[in-house]
Design a protein around this ligand. Structure first.
Ligand SMILES: [Zn+2]
Length: 623
């Protein structure tokens, strides 16, 4: 599936309707002119006027017209199409290469067959409508333009304009040479131009449709999985996936930096009773070169994420201490109005804020304190979602955002944090760049340990009192720059690091099985599917994992198909090694399992590199 998904469409989906309409209009023009000039043996008044205009504009065509004429000679056109197809193949545009070759055959056939049918002649017997030379030049320009808009990711109206302008310029140049050399009536060249304008887009649409069908039967999602969305619809129906724009600033200057392969949905745990062939989508990190936001690519699986998880003790305690710190640092918040945006995890701060004296505001009203704790990453269009938060902020108010930080993700190789449903991986630099156009700037920042390394960022309106950013801001920005969080090559290094770490984990589990030692898991977090899949770990190496959330019992990790059971099952099984899948709360896990003295298990922590923790001696060692 991954391979076919990446095969770029011959005609980008956004351009299908406008270019398809243009092609239909071109076909109508070809037919109308054909009917009008059928059987004619002389120039029409329109042709005479056009010829006169060409002669007045460029009275001495000379060798330039002959040179242009050569491009339209059948053998030269074929050679150029062959070259163009080779370039398309080299750039991975297989479909466009097929379009180039098929279009030249179809356009050649159309002009050759139409000529005797229409029967229009010039110079006493030469069949002239439509002009094959003009069709050839237009065709070549169309294929080059389609390649250019795909490579440069030019969508919408600019894309249409590029294609029509390229075809128009090439067609007009060839038309001029044909008319100047007296080879065709001007209206013949319009017919030739129209033929290519109709045939090339129609061929591209047909190739895209055929390529989509060739993908084989669509895989049905498990019953009761109402996933939807235009992009998933496109994937399932075999239609090409739209090109990608930055989720933060809408720029098209985005590049893929990490490819974690085809991965299942992260936070939907199928019942153990359903067969294990879970739907998968490409999981890729992209970097926006304008705002430096690191984000998921264009494919958007939208699996339901029912709230099965329960907040860890670590997370609940974090909410309480975070609010205490916030109120201590900002005494003005006592009695202030507050809005909290809903979040999937991280624990709500609202009860603690209300207990500290803050007051809730009515729906839609602005508040002096706007809080989003680990919510933004779940918003596919983070730019728009950030604007919604800013809209709720009263003048002089404080916007507090907390999110998993890209810096530890990169430095500590937390590749399993990259998962479907977490659309963006924020750095302070990217957030600053996205906040600036909204009139906000970062006032202070606090690195916090939640989820393996998060960042709490305080933002205020630019120019507001007290906006003097404290030293924490430049310190984090400096750390980010040193780590290369906006450097495509540094980010790309995450792939190799993930493969190495995953290989170590896999080999260790195999060695344990060979030695007859049992390994069972703790936790079924949303990052487990990626970790286990990249590490090629299934029930053969990890017979089951356990989780404190009753809603996950009787279900399994998607993809890896490792069953999820109650925590007591782990205690009863007394494995030699516990693989801590919720590695970000490893201390909490160990204290829970060792509360009654434990059974002498070792704890295998997969991040930043797989390592063993032996609680009895407190030792840490590499497996
Ligand atoms: Zn951007």
């Amino acid at each position: 599936m991954t391979v076919t998904l990446r095969e770029p469409p011959a005609l980008p989906p956004a351009l299908r309707r406008p270019i398809g309409t243009t092609a239909a209009l071109a076909a109508v023009v070809v037919v109308v002119l054909a009917v009008r000039y059928s059987g004619d043996v002389a120039a029409s008044s329109l042709d005479n006027w056009a010829r006169g205009a060409v002669d007045r504009l460029l009275p001495q065509p000379g060798p330039a017209a002959l040179l242009v004429d050569v491009v339209g000679a059948p053998l030269v056109t074929l050679a150029l199409v062959g070259l163009l197809a080779a370039v398309c193949l080299a750039l991975g545009r297989r479909r466009l290469a097929v379009v180039a070759v098929a279009s030249v055959v179809l356009t050649g056939a159309a002009t050759t067959l139409l000529k005797p049918v229409i029967g229009r002649t010039i110079h006493g017997g030469y069949l002239s409508y439509p002009s094959g030379h003009t069709a050839a030049a237009t065709l070549l320009a169309l294929v080059v333009a389609l390649l250019a808009v795909d490579l440069l990711r030019v969508g919408g109206l600019p894309g249409v304009l590029v294609i029509v302008a390229a075809a128009g310029a090439a067609g007009a140049t060839m038309a001029w040479s044909q008319v100047a050399l007296g080879a065709h009536y001007p209206t013949d060249t319009i017919g030739g131009f129209g033929t290519a304008m109709a045939v090339v887009p129609a061929t591209a649409l047909a190739i895209d449709r055929l390529a989509g069908r060739r993908r084989g039967p669509r895989r049905s999602p498990p019953v009761g999985d109402p996933y939807h969305g235009d992009v998933v619809g496109a994937v399932e129906a075999g239609r090409p996936v739209p090109s990608h724009r930055c989720r933060g600033c809408d720029s098209v200057d985005v590049v893929q930096v990490v490819d974690l392969g085809s991965q299942p949905g992260a936070d939907y745990f199928p019942p153990v009773s359903t067969p294990g062939d879970d739907p998968r989508w490409p999981l890729e990190l992209w970097l926006c070169r304008r705002c430096t936001l690191v984000q998921l690519g264009p494919v958007e699986p939208q699996l339901p994420e029912p709230p099965l998880a329960i907040e860890s003790a670590t997370s609940l305690a974090h909410a309480e201490t975070s609010v205490r710190d916030l109120v201590r640092d900002h005494p003005d918040l006592a009695g202030a109005t507050v809005v909290e945006f809903d979040s999937h995890h991280g624990g709500s701060w609202l009860p603690h804020l209300l207990a500290a004296g803050c007051r809730p505001v009515a729906d839609g009203e602005r508040a002096h304190l706007v809080v989003d704790v680990h919510g933004l990453a779940h918003e596919p269009a983070i730019g728009r979602s950030l604007a919604q938060r800013v809209e709720r902020l009263a003048p002089g108010g404080l916007l507090v955002l907390e999110f998993h930080h890209l810096l530890p993700l990169l430095v500590e190789n937390q590749f399993d944090t990259v998962r479907h449903g977490h659309w963006s991986y924020l750095s302070l630099g990217a957030l600053s760049r996205l906040a600036a156009p909204l009139g906000l700037a970062v006032a202070a920042v606090r690195p916090v340990s939640l989820f393996g390394g998060s960042l709490r960022v305080m933002l205020r309106h630019t120019g507001a009192n007290g906006l003097e950013a404290d030293g924490s801001v430049t310190a984090v920005l400096d750390d980010e720059a040193a780590a290369g969080v906006a450097d495509p090559e540094r980010l790309a290094g995450l792939h190799a690091a993930a493969q190495r770490s995953a290989g170590t984990l896999h080999d260790y589990l195999v060695a344990q099985r060979v030695d007859g030692r049992t390994v069972l898991g703790y936790g079924a977090p949303s990052k487990a599917p990626v970790l286990l899949d990249v590490s090629r770990v299934g029930p053969d190496l990890l017979p089951f994992t356990v989780d404190a959330a009753p809603g996950k019992h009787g279900r399994r990790i998607p993809g890896a198909a490792v069953p999820i059971r109650p925590v007591d099952d782990l205690r009863a099984a007394r494995p030699d090694v516990v693989l801590v899948l919720t590695w970000d709360i490893v201390d909490e896990v160990i204290s829970v399992l060792e509360a009654d003295g434990g059974w002498g298990a070792e704890y295998l922590v997969p991040m930043p590199e797989p390592h063993l923790v032996t609680p009895s001696v407190g030792a840490v060692q590499s497996p």
